[in-house]
Design a protein around this ligand. Structure first.
Ligand code: GRF
Length: 208
């Protein structure tokens, strides 16, 4: 059984896709041990609660310093003894100690085709605004392992999504979620649960 924790900051549609995929059997042999958010009002926490999954908020606002937040966050995460951490719209810079402790056991969904439109400042709607500003014809989503950089870890899956003439950032975001994010993240978790994903020299190998 693959035990996972899902870290969220927003609406939780990627979390919902994971929960639905576990329920339907699209993700094998996986249990969500906890959903952790830095935002008390994240609707993703409501989604977890209505699914009977422990939902906790660890907010930087409740700590005197970043170091104290980092320590509390890591202590809470460690308490669930998970195999894999899934960042699903999690807008927090991870503690370096966490990256070390969970080397190649943290995955993230990013709403562009990395290395385009990623890195500092590229998150949520800002990604799609930049895509439309640049006038690219194809965008998409990327699932990758998390390392010390921002959106720089080994890539697991990518999927392209067409940009359409009259797209707004909101319409484009929704298409990227529907056509790419909500498919790629569950698929990555399923293959990790089946032991079919490995990382060597910074590259991902997948046994299909
Ligand atoms: C999505 O656009 C996702 O790509 C990005 O953050 C947003 C979160 O969406 N990482 P949700 O909270 O999963 O609905």
């Amino acid at each position: 059984m693959l035990k996972i924790a899902v870290c969220v900051s927003g609406g939780g549609t990627n979390l919902q896709a994971i929960m639905d995929a576990i329920d339907s059997g699209k993700i094998a042999d996986t249990s969500i041990e906890a959903v952790i958010s830095n935002k008390r009002d994240a609707y993703a926490l409501e989604r977890a609660k209505s699914h009977g999954i422990p939902a906790v908020c660890i907010s930087p606002k409740d700590y005197e310093s970043r170091a104290e937040f980092n320590e509390a966050f890591l202590e809470k995460l460690d308490s669930y003894a998970v195999d894999l951490v899934v960042l699903a719209g999690f807008l927090v810079v991870l503690p370096e100690e966490m990256i070390r402790r969970y080397r190649n056991r943290i995955i993230n969904i990013h709403p562009s085709l990395i290395p385009s439109f990623c890195g500092k400042g590229f998150y949520g709607l800002k990604v799609h605004e930049a895509v439309l500003e640049r006038g690219v014809k194809v965008t998409g989503a990327t699932v990758h392992f998390v390392d010390e950089g921002t959106d720089t870890g080994p890539i697991i899956f990518q999927k392209a999504v067409d940009v359409q003439e009259d797209d707004t950032p909101e319409v484009l975001q929704r298409r990227v979620m529907e056509q790419a994010e909500w498919e790629l993240l569950p698929r990555a978790i399923d293959l990790i649960a089946k032991g079919k994903v490995s990382v060597a020299d910074g590259f991902v190998r997948i046994e299909e």
